[in-house]
Write a protein that binds this ligand. Structure first.
Ligand SMILES: Nc1ncnc2c1ncn2[C@@H]1O[C@H](COP(=O)(O)OP(=O)(O)OP(=O)(O)O)[C@@H](O)[C@H]1O
Ligand SMILES: [Mg+2]
Length: 380
């Protein structure tokens, strides 16, 4: 089933919780909502499920306005973060509970419970009570409860956040497989970046009750439309360096703190000279080279993670710059290094945090004055 939110707004106690939400979700799509705590993710799911009412705007399921339909009339199932199972009931009874309430005929009820249990690999556990199950198995029972009624749309609100790390990975894979098999439309809220990146066909980034950006994981990671999205997705997060626009134009002459004066392939024609900017670069797009003598910037810390190391650099800003390096790169605290970065991989944001457009033809024209497209840090 496809879903459309048309200018949806929600107020609670005088506060605007959701502002002008416009979103289209295709049938069978896996959509993930992310955003900081309190940005409205759960509220939006509850509006879709019909557990809360929409103040203004329309919710359409397959073209039909459903604002005034009861939750059970919408064909939507929801799995909550705190999925309390009925402790005295067996797995079978937990899964069949909603079907019984809906007065499903006995033989078709049994058939649906068995089918759901089979999909979730719970078929051998049907007689057990929740306390006789592992965390992951309980989580699957909670999903079974939502799925047994065969909803066309499944909503998940941080379903894995109670599980330990290895179980999360296992369940994440199971949810991906479940989606492949069922092909129902799924909307999934998570704080976990890996879940968002790996599960989503489409990620919706929410911030303070409005949508910042919608796109595939790759689009959002590689072409964030705002500094907020750029900083939100990715771990360690994108580094931001303060910069000043020297000469606006189709390409921009920019003075960027440690990097010095440089021409960058971004269109700043709509900005005034001297506008403040921030230059964003992800930790994996920075590379380091030993600096001679007292040149370059100082390594202030090295974090060893086994598969990679994070090198922290002092650039005179509040936060250190973080560079993701190979484990064998050999940097040590106190080393002096030059930064190198690829202008194809950097981002430039204006003072409001809006990403400047990359100039389509500018890359070649500026490549010459950026020898090898790398920028050398000047000594601080
Ligand atoms: N009944 C209520 N009255 C007033 N404000 C509310 C009410 N319920 C929620 N809110 C506010 O609405 C905002 C959005 O809440 P919501 O639960 O949707 O956030 P969330 O994005 O799911 O956060 P989290 O990641 O912490 O789960 C929050 O600022 C919250 O304080
Ligand atoms: Mg929430």
């Amino acid at each position: 089933m496809k879903l459309k939110l048309d200018n949806v707004n929600k107020q609670l106690g005088g506060a605007r919780i959701l502002r002008d939400i416009n979103l289209e979700i295709a049938a069978g799509e896996f959509v993930v909502f992310v955003g900081p705590s309190g940005c409205g993710k759960s509220t939006l799911l509850r509006l879709i499920a019909g557990l809360d009412s929409i103040c203004a705007g329309d919710l359409l399921i397959d073209g039909r306005r459903v604002n005034d339909l009861e939750p059970r009339e919408r064909g939507v199932g929801m799995v909550f973060q705190s999925y309390a199972l009925y402790p005295h009931m067996s797995v079978y009874d937990n899964i069949s509970f909603g079907l019984k309430l809906a007065k499903t005929e006995k033989s078709s009820l049994r058939e649906r419970v068995l089918k759901t249990a089979q999909i979730l690999q719970l078929d051998k556990l049907l007689q057990r009570k929740p306390k006789e199950l592992s965390g992951g198995q309980r989580q699957r029972v909670a999903m079974g409860r939502a799925m047994a009624r065969e909803p066309d749309i499944l909503l998940f609100d941080e379903p894995l956040s109670n599980l330990d790390a290895s179980l999360r990975v296992q369940m994440r894979n199971e949810i991906a497989r479940l989606h492949d098999r069922l092909r129902s439309t799924m909307i999934y809220v998570t704080h976990d970046q890996v879940e968002a990146m790996t599960l989503a066909d489409k990620i919706v980034v929410l911030n303070g009750g409005h949508i910042e950006q919608v796109g595939s994981p790759r689009e959002l990671y590689e072409r964030p439309a705002s500094r907020f999205v750029a900083g939100f997705l990715g771990s360690p997060r994108m580094n931001f360096l303060p910069a000043r626009l020297q000469a606006p134009g189709e390409t921009s002459l920019v003075d960027a703190t440690v990097l010095g004066m440089t021409t960058l392939p971004f269109d700043s024609s709509n900005l005034a000279a001297d506008a403040s900017l921030s230059l964003g670069v992800r930790p994996e797009h920075l590379s380091l080279k030993a600096a001679p003598g007292a040149a370059g910037v100082v390594v202030t810390g090295v974090e060893y993670l086994g598969s990679e190391t994070y090198v922290h650099l002092d650039t005179g800003q509040d936060e250190p710059l973080i560079c993701r390096c190979e484990v064998n790169a050999g940097w040590q605290t106190g080393d002096r290094v030059e930064l190198q970065l690829d202008t194809d991989k950097i981002h430039l944001f204006d003072a409001d945090g809006t990403a400047l457009k990359r100039h389509p033809h500018a890359i070649e024209s500026v490549a010459d004055d950026l020898s090898l497209r790398s920028i050398r840090a000047r000594a601080l």
